[in-house]
Unconditional design. Structure first.
Length: 74
């Protein structure tokens, strides 16, 4: 868990903002949210495949967009 100390003259808003940033960067919040619900091994495998397909589709869409912008043809 991230530990933040209040700096002299620092407002509570900036302290909270710094804490949230450290919490996000440390990955604790992501792990907590992921573990809130139990997922079987099969569900984890399907989720992994689904995310990989989404990454691939996004990469291909970006590639097509770049090709269209630069006038490249296959």
């Amino acid at each position: 868990m991230p530990d933040v100390q209040r700096q002299p003259g620092e407002s509570l808003e900036s302290l909270l903002k710094r804490f949230r940033r450290e919490l996000t960067q440390s990955g604790h919040l992501r792990d907590y949210r992921r573990r809130q619900r139990y997922m079987s091994k099969g569900e984890l495998r399907r989720e992994k495949v689904r995310k990989a397909l989404r990454r691939l589709r996004r990469r291909l869409a970006q590639q097509r967009k770049r090709e269209m912008m630069h006038g490249e043809t296959d």
